[in-house]
Design a protein around this ligand. Structure first.
Ligand code: OOG
Ligand code: NI
Length: 463
C-alpha cells in the first residue's frame, strides 16, 4: 500500500511544539527564558559572523530556534517500556545509560533522541528519561505503599495506547492519526495539581528522597523542565536575574572556551507549586510541591573516548579540589579551579582533531584540485593538509552524568538527601525498557566515518 504516512520527524516537531506551548502555559518563566535565549542568540550571531557561518555550514542554524530537550521521571518498568514505544513513533531511540545513584539520586536514565544526521538536522528534540529505583527505598512498608500507588495509575490515555499500537502495526500514521497521537501523548506529560496519595504518604516518600515524592505522588510523569539551546550560556546566566529568574549558583560542565566541548548547563530553581492531597473524608488538603524548573544549555563538539577520558579526569580533579556548594558560597574558588584545570584541554579544532580528542564531519572542498594522494580514509590528514578536505565539529547530542546530578540536586528542594549507594544496573534498566540502549560514541564515530566516505567520493568525482 502506498502510504500517506506522516514522517517521524514531522510528528516529533509537532510534538515538541505542543510540549513547549503546554509548558509555557504551565510555567511562565519558561516563556521568559525562551525570549532571553532568542535575543542573546540573535546578538551572538550578529557579533560573531564566523560562528554564524560555521553554524550555517554545519546545518545547525535552522534547527537552533526549535532546539530543546525535556526531562521526565517514570515510576515502573512497565511505564518505561511504553514510553520507549511512544517515543519510537517520533523517531526517538534510547541512547546512553546514565547511572545517577553514584551521585546520590535513586534513578537511572537514558535519553530518547533522533539518531540520524538528517533527523537531527530537522529537529534534535530529546527527552532525558529516568526510571525510579524503588528497591532503594529501605523501609519495607514505605516501599510497598509506593509500589501500590504506582500500580494504581495509568499514565497513558487509551487513545494514546491505541495509536502507538496502530503505528507499530502499520509502520506509520496518517495525518489525522498523527495529530490525534500528538494530542493524546501530550496528556502523559501534563502537570496535575491533585496528588494521588495522602499528604502523609507524600511526606514520608519525600523524606525517603525528594525525588521519590515527585515520581510516586502524582498521576503521571509531568514534564519537569524544557531546555532551549543558547550560543552564550554565561550571558544568559547573567541576564536571568534582570528578569526575575534566579539561576543555580554555577554552570555545570567544562569551563568557558573558544571551542565549546560537550555541554554546559544551568537551571533556575524549582517553583513552589500549590497541590492538593486526597484526604480520608473525600476532601483535599492543601500543600506545596517543588518539581518543575527551567534550564538552558550550550552545546559543543562531541568527544572521542580519549577526549571524554580527559574531560572526566579534569573535572574529577576540579571537584576533588572544590565541590561547588548549592548556595554559591564557594563559587569563585570553583570557577577558578575549573578555568585552571581546563587549560590542559586543547582549545583549537585543529588540535582537537590532530590529537583525536573530538569528532568531526568532513566535507570535500568545493575548489579541490586533483591530487596524487590516494583518496582513502586513512589519508584524511594528508588530504586535509593538502586543502582538499574541510572539517566541522560534530555537536554533542547527549548528556553528562555529573552535570545531570547537579541539575537534579539543585531542584530537589532544601532537604537534599543522599540515596543509598547502589550497584549500577544497566541490565535491569534495559530489561525494563525492552531494548538495549544505543552507544552514543558509536553513533558519533559512524557519523564521522560516513561523512569522510562521502567527501572522498565527491573528490573522486572531481578527479
Ligand atoms: C533530569 C535532570 C538531568 C540534564 O539536562 O542533565 C537533565 C531531571 O531532573 O529529571 O535534564
Ligand atoms: Ni535537562
Amino acid at each position: 500500500m502506498a502510504s500517506n504516512f506522516v514522517s517521524a520527524d514531522a510528528i516529533r516537531t509537532l510534538f515538541s511544539h505542543a510540549m513547549s506551548d503546554m509548558y509555557k502555559a504551565e510555567v511562565p518563566q519558561y516563556g521568559t527564558l525562551l525570549e532571553i535565549v532568542a535575543r542573546i542568540n540573535a546578538a551572538v550571531l550578529q557579533e560573531e559572523p564566523a560562528l554564524a557561518e560555521q553554524l550555517r555550514a554545519s546545518d545547525q542554524l535552522s534547527r537552533l530556534d526549535l532546539e530543546r530537550h525535556g526531562a521526565i521521571r517514570v515510576g515502573t518498568a512497565q511505564e518505561l517500556f511504553t514510553i520507549r514505544r511512544l517515543f519510537a513513533v517520533m523517531g526517538m531511540q534510547p541512547v546512553g545509560y546514565y547511572d545517577l545513584t553514584v551521585a546520590g539520586v535513586p534513578v537511572h536514565s537514558t535519553a530518547f533522541r533522533p539518531v540520524t544526521d538528517d533527523a537531527l538536522r530537522r529537529n534534535p528534540f530529546r527527552v532525558f528519561t529516568s526510571l525510579l529505583r524503588l528497591e532503594l527505598i529501605q523501609d519495607d512498608s514505605l516501599r510497598a505503599a509506593a509500589e501500590q500507588a504506582l500500580s494504581r495509575r495509568a499514565i497513558f490515555t487509551p487513545a494514546c495506547l491505541e495509536l502507538i499500537a496502530k503505528w507499530e502495526q502499520q509502520g506509520g500514521l496518517e495525518q489525522d492519526d498523527a495529530q490525534r497521537f500528538v494530542d493524546a501523548a501530550l496528556e502523559t506529560f501534563r502537570w496535575h495539581r491533585q496528588a494521588t496519595v495522602s499528604g502523609e504518604l507524600y511526606k514520608s516518600l519525600r523524606a525517603a528522597h525528594p525525588l521519590i515524592g515527585d515520581i510516586v505522588s502524582f498521576k503521571g510523569p509531568h514534564i519537569n523542565h524544557l531546555t532551549p539551546r543558547t550560543l552564550d550560556i554565561d550571558r544568559v546566566q547573567q541576564a536571568m536575574p534582570d528578569h526575575g529568574i534566579k539561576p543555580k549558583a554555577v554552570i555545570e560542565g567544562p569551563a568557558r572556551r573558544q571551542c565549546p566541548i560537550l555541554l554546559r548547563q544551568t537551571s533556575f530553581l524549582a517553583l513552589n507549586e500549590a497541590v492538593a492531597f486526597p484526604a480520608a473524608d473525600g476532601r483535599f488538603s492543601e500543600g506545596t510541591h517543588t518539581a518543575r524548573f527551567g534550564e538552558i544549555e550550550q552545546r559543543g563538539i562531541a568527544l572521542t573516548p580519549a577526549g571524554r577520558r580527559l574531560y572526566d579526569e579534569i573535572l574529577d580533579r576540579v571537584r576533588q579540589e572544590v565541590q561547588p556548594a548549592g548556595d554559591g558560597s564557594n563559587k569563585k574558588e570553583y570557577l577558578a579551579a575549573l578555568d585552571r584545570h581546563f587549560l590542559e584541554f586543547p582549545d583549537s579544532y585543529a588540535e582537537l582533531r590532530s590529537r583525536s580528542l573530538a569528532f568531526f564531519r568532513y566535507g570535500a572542498r568545493p575548489d579541490a584540485a586533483p591530487t596524487n594522494i590516494a583518496l582513502l580514509p586513512e589519508n584524511a590528514d594528508a588530504l586535509e593538509q593538502a586543502g582538499l578536505l574541510s572539517f566541522e565539529p560534530i555537536i554533542y547530542e547527549d548528556f553528562l552524568p555529573v552535570s545531570a546530578a547537579g541539575i537534579f540536586q539543585s531542584n530537589l528542594g532544601d532537604e537534599n538527601k543522599q540515596a543509598a549507594l547502589a550497584q549500577s544496573n544497566r541490565q535491569a534498566f534495559e530489561a525494563a525498557l525492552g531494548a538495549g540502549v544505543l552507544d552514543e560514541l558509536q553513533l558519533y564515530a559512524q557519523a564521522q566515518h560516513a561523512s569522510l566516505l562521502e567527501a572522498l567520493a565527491r573528490l573522486k568525482g572531481h578527479g
